[in-house]
Ligand binder design. Structure first.
Ligand code: VGL
Ligand code: ZN
Length: 190
């Protein structure tokens, strides 16, 4: 693959959402081509490391009987159970040692689709003078969508990397892109 030119600069952060085994082909809640986001995300990781840009990597990390599961009346099959193989980052994603992990979806009473939802991330980013965030990962119409919209709400400039995300459904993806665009999310050239 041609090496992409990213436009990372000081004041940016890279946020990689939920690139976990359960969201990739063969997993418990597989997203079509979910694993195909990985080579491009690895390039963004390399560029972020070179440019000394902080990298945040989130994981969905559910307890048993999580309210988002079908058996509890939620929308999803059981997935990303804490400490299981399915909850691990996909082995091909090169998560650097310096990456900061965000663990979400741990509450017993509600889901947390957004990386900003009760994680303290916005406070942390402001403390580090981050003004702009680049977001990639899974799924475009669920956790990437919720994170991008919250990022705008929190006052950040938000860019989603289109080739580094995939939706649960194509219609969901279209709808998500429409909602993000109208909220002021931009789409990065890469
Ligand atoms: C997600 C469905 C359920 C996601 C998380 O990371 O997009 N999707 N839980
Ligand atoms: Zn989940």
């Amino acid at each position: 693959m041609r090496h992409i030119e990213t436009s990372l600069r000081q004041g940016d952060a890279l946020i990689i959402v939920d690139v976990q085994n359960d969201f990739c082909p063969g997993g418990a809640l597989p997203i079509e081509e979910g694993d195909q986001v990985i080579p491009l995300l690895n390039q963004w990781i390399d560029d972020a490391l070179l440019a000394d840009i902080p990298i945040y990597v989130s994981r969905d990390w559910h307890p048993v009987n999580h309210p988002s599961f079908e058996e509890q009346g939620g929308p999803w099959p059981s997935h990303c159970l804490q400490d299981t193989m399915g909850a691990r980052f996909h082995p091909e994603l090169r998560v650097p040692e310096s990456a900061i992990k965000i663990t979400k979806g741990v509450r017993f009473d509600q889901d947390q689709n957004s990386v900003f939802d009760q994680t303290g991330l916005a406070v942390q980013l402001r403390k580090k003078n981050i003004r702009r965030v680049y977001i990639g990962g899974l799924a475009e119409d669920v956790c990437v969508l919720a994170s991008a919209l919250d990022g705008i709400q929190e006052g950040f400039e938000v860019l989603v990397i289109p080739d580094a995300t995939r939706p649960v459904t194509p219609e969901g993806g279209e709808n998500a892109r429409r909602r993000m665009r109208s909220a002021g999310v931009r789409f990065s050239g890469n």
